[in-house]
Ligand binder design. Sequence first.
Ligand code: NAP
Ligand code: GLV
Length: 316
Amino acid sequence: MSLLLLGGWPEAERDQWLDLLQAALPGESWLLQPPTAATQAAEVEAAIVANPAHGSLAGLPNLRLIQSVWAGVDKLLTDPTLPADVPLARMVDPAMNEAMVQTALWAVLSLQRGFFTLQAQQRERLWRPPAQPRAADWRVLVLGQGELGGRVARALAAQGYALSAWSRRPVSTERLPGVHGLHGEAVLPAALAQADTVINLLPLTAATAGFFNAGRLAQMKPGSGLVNLARGAQVNEADLLRALDAGHVSHAVLDVFAVEPLPAEHRFWSHPRVTVLPHCAAQTDARSAVAVVVANLLALRAGRPLQYPVDRQRGY
Ligand code: NAP
Ligand code: GLV
Protein backbone atom coordinates (compact mmCIF):
# COMPACT_ATOMS: atom_id res chain seq x y z
CA MET A 1 0.00 0.00 0.00
CA SER A 2 1.09 3.62 -0.38
CA LEU A 3 0.50 7.04 1.15
CA LEU A 4 -0.47 10.00 -0.98
CA LEU A 5 0.92 13.44 -0.08
CA LEU A 6 -0.84 16.19 -2.00
CA GLY A 7 -1.45 19.89 -1.70
CA GLY A 8 -1.59 23.29 -3.23
CA TRP A 9 1.70 24.14 -1.54
CA PRO A 10 5.20 25.23 -2.60
CA GLU A 11 7.50 22.27 -3.35
CA ALA A 12 9.82 23.19 -0.46
CA GLU A 13 6.95 22.88 2.02
CA ARG A 14 5.85 19.56 0.50
CA ASP A 15 9.44 18.30 0.72
CA GLN A 16 9.70 19.30 4.37
CA TRP A 17 6.56 17.26 5.09
CA LEU A 18 7.93 14.32 3.12
CA ASP A 19 11.27 14.35 4.98
CA LEU A 20 9.54 14.46 8.36
CA LEU A 21 7.02 11.77 7.43
CA GLN A 22 9.69 9.48 6.00
CA ALA A 23 11.73 9.88 9.19
CA ALA A 24 8.71 9.08 11.37
CA LEU A 25 7.35 6.28 9.17
CA PRO A 26 10.35 4.51 7.63
CA GLY A 27 9.65 1.98 4.91
CA GLU A 28 6.39 3.50 3.61
CA SER A 29 5.84 4.02 -0.08
CA TRP A 30 4.93 7.61 -1.02
CA LEU A 31 3.07 9.08 -3.98
CA LEU A 32 3.44 12.81 -4.61
CA GLN A 33 1.05 13.13 -7.57
CA PRO A 34 -2.48 11.81 -8.05
CA PRO A 35 -2.21 8.23 -9.38
CA THR A 36 -2.33 7.92 -13.15
CA ALA A 37 -3.03 4.16 -13.41
CA ALA A 38 -5.77 2.06 -11.79
CA THR A 39 -3.21 -0.25 -10.15
CA GLN A 40 -1.46 2.75 -8.56
CA ALA A 41 -4.83 4.18 -7.43
CA ALA A 42 -5.74 0.87 -5.78
CA GLU A 43 -2.56 1.05 -3.69
CA VAL A 44 -3.44 4.30 -1.91
CA GLU A 45 -4.33 3.69 1.74
CA ALA A 46 -4.34 7.25 3.10
CA ALA A 47 -4.04 10.78 1.74
CA ILE A 48 -2.29 13.58 3.64
CA VAL A 49 -3.50 16.77 2.07
CA ALA A 50 -3.19 20.56 2.07
CA ASN A 51 -6.24 21.66 0.09
CA PRO A 52 -5.40 19.67 -3.05
CA ALA A 53 -7.01 20.38 -6.42
CA HIS A 54 -10.63 19.26 -6.69
CA GLY A 55 -10.94 15.74 -8.07
CA SER A 56 -7.52 14.57 -6.90
CA LEU A 57 -8.94 12.27 -4.20
CA ALA A 58 -11.52 10.63 -6.47
CA GLY A 59 -11.10 7.09 -7.84
CA LEU A 60 -9.05 5.69 -4.95
CA PRO A 61 -10.96 2.46 -4.14
CA ASN A 62 -8.92 1.50 -1.04
CA LEU A 63 -8.55 4.95 0.53
CA ARG A 64 -9.25 4.68 4.28
CA LEU A 65 -8.22 8.11 5.63
CA ILE A 66 -8.03 11.71 4.45
CA GLN A 67 -5.83 13.71 6.82
CA SER A 68 -5.86 17.47 6.33
CA VAL A 69 -2.80 19.45 7.40
CA TRP A 70 -5.07 22.51 7.59
CA ALA A 71 -7.23 23.13 10.66
CA GLY A 72 -10.15 24.41 8.59
CA VAL A 73 -11.51 21.89 6.08
CA ASP A 74 -14.04 24.21 4.41
CA LYS A 75 -12.15 24.26 1.08
CA LEU A 76 -11.70 20.49 1.07
CA LEU A 77 -15.41 20.00 1.71
CA THR A 78 -16.35 22.05 -1.36
CA ASP A 79 -14.81 19.32 -3.58
CA PRO A 80 -17.86 17.48 -4.92
CA THR A 81 -15.70 14.45 -5.71
CA LEU A 82 -14.34 14.09 -2.16
CA PRO A 83 -15.10 10.44 -1.25
CA ALA A 84 -18.11 10.64 1.04
CA ASP A 85 -17.51 7.48 3.07
CA VAL A 86 -13.81 7.96 3.88
CA PRO A 87 -13.04 9.36 7.36
CA LEU A 88 -11.66 12.89 7.28
CA ALA A 89 -9.46 14.30 10.05
CA ARG A 90 -8.27 17.88 10.47
CA MET A 91 -5.14 19.39 11.97
CA VAL A 92 -4.76 20.54 15.55
CA ASP A 93 -1.11 21.54 15.90
CA PRO A 94 0.47 22.84 19.12
CA ALA A 95 2.62 25.34 17.19
CA MET A 96 -0.45 26.63 15.34
CA ASN A 97 -2.33 27.00 18.63
CA GLU A 98 0.55 29.00 20.10
CA ALA A 99 0.77 31.26 17.04
CA MET A 100 -2.99 31.93 17.09
CA VAL A 101 -2.82 32.94 20.75
CA GLN A 102 0.05 35.33 19.94
CA THR A 103 -1.82 36.92 17.01
CA ALA A 104 -4.96 37.39 19.10
CA LEU A 105 -3.00 38.87 22.01
CA TRP A 106 -1.24 41.32 19.67
CA ALA A 107 -4.51 42.37 18.03
CA VAL A 108 -6.41 42.86 21.29
CA LEU A 109 -3.52 44.68 22.98
CA SER A 110 -3.09 46.95 19.94
CA LEU A 111 -6.80 47.81 19.91
CA GLN A 112 -7.09 48.31 23.68
CA ARG A 113 -3.97 50.51 23.91
CA GLY A 114 -4.58 52.37 20.65
CA PHE A 115 -1.34 51.19 19.05
CA PHE A 116 -2.80 51.05 15.51
CA THR A 117 -3.83 54.72 15.90
CA LEU A 118 -0.38 55.62 17.24
CA GLN A 119 1.25 54.00 14.21
CA ALA A 120 -0.87 56.19 11.94
CA GLN A 121 -0.11 59.25 14.09
CA GLN A 122 3.63 58.65 13.72
CA ARG A 123 3.30 58.95 9.94
CA GLU A 124 1.69 62.38 10.56
CA ARG A 125 4.30 63.37 13.24
CA LEU A 126 1.45 63.73 15.74
CA TRP A 127 2.26 63.60 19.47
CA ARG A 128 -1.09 62.64 20.91
CA PRO A 129 -1.15 60.10 23.78
CA PRO A 130 -4.32 57.98 23.62
CA ALA A 131 -6.73 57.04 26.40
CA GLN A 132 -5.48 54.10 28.43
CA PRO A 133 -8.32 51.75 29.33
CA ARG A 134 -7.38 48.89 31.65
CA ALA A 135 -7.55 45.29 30.47
CA ALA A 136 -10.16 44.47 33.14
CA ASP A 137 -12.43 47.14 31.61
CA TRP A 138 -11.92 45.82 28.07
CA ARG A 139 -14.41 43.11 27.13
CA VAL A 140 -13.37 40.67 24.44
CA LEU A 141 -15.87 38.33 22.82
CA VAL A 142 -14.37 35.25 21.18
CA LEU A 143 -16.67 33.54 18.70
CA GLY A 144 -15.89 29.81 18.77
CA GLN A 145 -14.73 27.95 21.86
CA GLY A 146 -12.94 25.13 20.06
CA GLU A 147 -9.26 24.28 19.88
CA LEU A 148 -8.25 27.80 18.88
CA GLY A 149 -11.06 29.94 20.30
CA GLY A 150 -10.82 28.18 23.67
CA ARG A 151 -7.06 28.73 23.89
CA VAL A 152 -7.32 32.36 22.79
CA ALA A 153 -10.05 33.06 25.37
CA ARG A 154 -8.03 31.46 28.19
CA ALA A 155 -4.85 33.34 27.25
CA LEU A 156 -6.64 36.70 27.09
CA ALA A 157 -8.40 36.05 30.42
CA ALA A 158 -4.99 35.26 31.94
CA GLN A 159 -3.83 38.73 30.77
CA GLY A 160 -6.67 40.30 32.75
CA TYR A 161 -9.15 41.03 29.94
CA ALA A 162 -12.88 40.62 30.58
CA LEU A 163 -13.67 37.58 28.48
CA SER A 164 -16.81 36.18 26.92
CA ALA A 165 -16.70 33.22 24.55
CA TRP A 166 -19.55 32.00 22.38
CA SER A 167 -20.31 28.69 20.70
CA ARG A 168 -23.19 26.58 19.44
CA ARG A 169 -23.29 24.24 22.43
CA PRO A 170 -22.56 25.02 26.10
CA VAL A 171 -18.92 24.59 27.17
CA SER A 172 -18.11 23.51 30.71
CA THR A 173 -16.90 26.42 32.87
CA GLU A 174 -14.03 24.22 34.08
CA ARG A 175 -12.62 24.16 30.53
CA LEU A 176 -12.40 27.92 30.30
CA PRO A 177 -11.67 29.35 33.76
CA GLY A 178 -12.20 33.11 33.99
CA VAL A 179 -14.23 33.14 30.78
CA HIS A 180 -17.95 33.90 30.59
CA GLY A 181 -19.21 31.07 28.38
CA LEU A 182 -22.20 31.78 26.14
CA HIS A 183 -24.02 29.67 23.59
CA GLY A 184 -26.84 29.90 21.10
CA GLU A 185 -28.17 32.62 18.80
CA ALA A 186 -30.43 34.25 21.42
CA VAL A 187 -27.56 35.61 23.53
CA LEU A 188 -25.46 36.86 20.62
CA PRO A 189 -26.90 40.39 20.11
CA ALA A 190 -26.28 41.31 23.76
CA ALA A 191 -22.79 39.77 23.68
CA LEU A 192 -21.90 41.74 20.54
CA ALA A 193 -23.30 44.94 22.06
CA GLN A 194 -21.06 44.62 25.12
CA ALA A 195 -17.76 43.68 23.49
CA ASP A 196 -14.94 46.16 22.87
CA THR A 197 -13.21 43.62 20.63
CA VAL A 198 -14.84 40.71 18.79
CA ILE A 199 -12.56 37.89 17.63
CA ASN A 200 -13.88 35.45 15.03
CA LEU A 201 -12.64 31.88 15.35
CA LEU A 202 -15.66 30.04 13.97
CA PRO A 203 -15.21 27.40 11.26
CA LEU A 204 -16.64 28.30 7.85
CA THR A 205 -19.86 26.32 7.39
CA ALA A 206 -23.27 26.93 5.84
CA ALA A 207 -24.31 28.42 9.20
CA THR A 208 -21.37 30.84 9.50
CA ALA A 209 -20.96 32.03 5.88
CA GLY A 210 -21.70 35.77 5.75
CA PHE A 211 -21.93 35.80 9.56
CA PHE A 212 -20.74 39.43 9.82
CA ASN A 213 -23.40 41.09 7.67
CA ALA A 214 -24.89 44.56 8.09
CA GLY A 215 -27.29 43.32 10.77
CA ARG A 216 -24.65 41.67 12.96
CA LEU A 217 -22.18 44.52 12.48
CA ALA A 218 -24.89 46.95 13.61
CA GLN A 219 -25.30 44.87 16.78
CA MET A 220 -21.64 45.45 17.69
CA LYS A 221 -20.86 48.12 20.27
CA PRO A 222 -20.25 51.49 18.56
CA GLY A 223 -16.49 52.05 18.24
CA SER A 224 -15.60 48.42 18.86
CA GLY A 225 -13.03 46.43 16.86
CA LEU A 226 -13.34 43.27 14.77
CA VAL A 227 -10.56 40.69 14.50
CA ASN A 228 -11.18 38.04 11.85
CA LEU A 229 -8.75 35.16 12.17
CA ALA A 230 -11.00 32.43 10.73
CA ARG A 231 -12.27 32.71 7.15
CA GLY A 232 -12.94 35.64 4.82
CA ALA A 233 -16.30 34.31 3.61
CA GLN A 234 -17.67 34.85 7.12
CA VAL A 235 -17.53 38.62 6.59
CA ASN A 236 -19.61 40.58 4.10
CA GLU A 237 -16.78 42.87 3.03
CA ALA A 238 -19.01 45.61 1.57
CA ASP A 239 -21.02 45.72 4.82
CA LEU A 240 -17.83 45.87 6.87
CA LEU A 241 -16.46 48.73 4.76
CA ARG A 242 -19.68 50.66 5.35
CA ALA A 243 -19.44 50.04 9.12
CA LEU A 244 -15.77 51.14 9.09
CA ASP A 245 -16.47 54.25 7.00
CA ALA A 246 -19.18 55.23 9.48
CA GLY A 247 -16.80 54.59 12.41
CA HIS A 248 -19.29 52.13 13.91
CA VAL A 249 -16.49 49.58 13.74
CA SER A 250 -13.42 51.58 14.76
CA HIS A 251 -10.82 49.14 13.42
CA ALA A 252 -10.69 45.72 11.79
CA VAL A 253 -7.75 43.34 11.92
CA LEU A 254 -8.26 40.98 9.01
CA ASP A 255 -6.13 37.91 8.35
CA VAL A 256 -8.51 36.25 5.89
CA PHE A 257 -10.47 37.50 2.90
CA ALA A 258 -13.16 36.49 0.43
CA VAL A 259 -10.45 36.40 -2.25
CA GLU A 260 -6.88 35.50 -1.32
CA PRO A 261 -4.38 36.93 -2.00
CA LEU A 262 -6.31 40.15 -1.33
CA PRO A 263 -6.55 41.88 -4.76
CA ALA A 264 -4.27 44.92 -5.09
CA GLU A 265 -7.23 47.23 -5.79
CA HIS A 266 -9.20 46.18 -2.69
CA ARG A 267 -10.13 49.07 -0.38
CA PHE A 268 -8.97 47.15 2.68
CA TRP A 269 -5.31 47.70 1.68
CA SER A 270 -5.47 51.44 2.16
CA HIS A 271 -8.34 51.85 4.60
CA PRO A 272 -7.06 53.77 7.65
CA ARG A 273 -9.16 51.61 9.97
CA VAL A 274 -7.98 48.26 8.60
CA THR A 275 -4.91 46.17 9.40
CA VAL A 276 -4.30 43.51 6.73
CA LEU A 277 -2.45 40.26 7.42
CA PRO A 278 -1.75 37.79 4.59
CA HIS A 279 -3.48 34.73 6.12
CA CYS A 280 -0.66 34.11 8.56
CA ALA A 281 -2.40 34.32 11.95
CA ALA A 282 -1.40 30.71 12.65
CA GLN A 283 0.30 28.38 10.22
CA THR A 284 0.69 24.64 10.57
CA ASP A 285 4.25 23.82 11.59
CA ALA A 286 5.15 20.49 9.99
CA ARG A 287 7.71 19.81 12.74
CA SER A 288 5.00 19.44 15.38
CA ALA A 289 2.04 18.65 13.12
CA VAL A 290 3.68 15.51 11.74
CA ALA A 291 2.98 13.79 15.09
CA VAL A 292 -0.77 14.22 14.54
CA VAL A 293 -0.55 12.67 11.06
CA VAL A 294 1.53 9.75 12.32
CA ALA A 295 -0.79 9.15 15.30
CA ASN A 296 -3.81 9.02 13.00
CA LEU A 297 -2.15 6.62 10.55
CA LEU A 298 -1.21 4.30 13.39
CA ALA A 299 -4.72 4.61 14.88
CA LEU A 300 -6.23 3.75 11.50
CA ARG A 301 -4.10 0.64 11.16
CA ALA A 302 -4.77 -0.44 14.76
CA GLY A 303 -8.52 0.17 14.43
CA ARG A 304 -8.47 2.87 17.10
CA PRO A 305 -10.52 6.12 16.90
CA LEU A 306 -8.95 8.98 14.94
CA GLN A 307 -7.93 12.27 16.53
CA TYR A 308 -9.79 15.40 15.41
CA PRO A 309 -12.29 13.75 13.07
CA VAL A 310 -14.45 16.08 10.97
CA ASP A 311 -18.21 15.75 11.21
CA ARG A 312 -19.18 16.30 7.59
CA GLN A 313 -22.79 17.02 8.48
CA ARG A 314 -21.74 19.93 10.74
CA GLY A 315 -18.98 20.94 8.32
CA TYR A 316 -16.15 21.08 10.89
P1 NAP B 1 -12.94 23.81 16.34
O1 NAP B 1 -12.08 23.22 17.40
O2 NAP B 1 -13.72 22.89 15.47
O3 NAP B 1 -13.94 24.83 17.06
C1 NAP B 1 -15.00 25.41 16.43
C2 NAP B 1 -15.83 26.20 17.44
O4 NAP B 1 -16.78 26.97 16.71
C3 NAP B 1 -16.58 25.35 18.42
O5 NAP B 1 -16.60 25.97 19.68
C4 NAP B 1 -17.99 25.32 17.82
O6 NAP B 1 -19.01 25.17 18.74
C5 NAP B 1 -18.08 26.72 17.25
N1 NAP B 1 -19.11 26.79 16.20
C6 NAP B 1 -19.16 26.15 15.02
N2 NAP B 1 -20.25 26.51 14.34
C7 NAP B 1 -20.91 27.39 15.11
C8 NAP B 1 -22.12 28.12 14.94
N3 NAP B 1 -22.87 28.01 13.86
N4 NAP B 1 -22.50 28.93 15.96
C9 NAP B 1 -21.75 29.03 17.08
N5 NAP B 1 -20.60 28.38 17.30
C10 NAP B 1 -20.18 27.56 16.31
O7 NAP B 1 -12.08 24.73 15.35
P2 NAP B 1 -10.68 25.44 15.65
O8 NAP B 1 -9.57 24.45 15.56
O9 NAP B 1 -10.79 26.24 16.88
O10 NAP B 1 -10.54 26.37 14.34
C11 NAP B 1 -11.50 27.37 14.03
C12 NAP B 1 -11.24 27.93 12.63
O11 NAP B 1 -10.07 28.75 12.64
C13 NAP B 1 -10.90 26.90 11.55
O12 NAP B 1 -12.06 26.27 11.06
C14 NAP B 1 -10.21 27.75 10.49
O13 NAP B 1 -11.15 28.24 9.57
C15 NAP B 1 -9.63 28.91 11.29
N6 NAP B 1 -8.16 28.93 11.26
C16 NAP B 1 -7.55 30.04 10.77
C17 NAP B 1 -6.17 30.10 10.75
C18 NAP B 1 -5.47 31.33 10.27
O14 NAP B 1 -4.25 31.33 10.14
N7 NAP B 1 -6.17 32.40 10.01
C19 NAP B 1 -5.40 29.03 11.24
C20 NAP B 1 -6.08 27.93 11.71
C21 NAP B 1 -7.46 27.87 11.72
P3 NAP B 1 -19.64 23.75 19.11
O15 NAP B 1 -18.48 22.91 19.56
O16 NAP B 1 -20.58 24.08 20.18
O17 NAP B 1 -20.26 23.21 17.88
C1 GLV C 1 -5.47 27.85 8.24
O1 GLV C 1 -6.18 28.75 7.93
C2 GLV C 1 -5.92 26.53 8.60
O2 GLV C 1 -7.13 26.28 8.54
O3 GLV C 1 -5.07 25.68 8.96
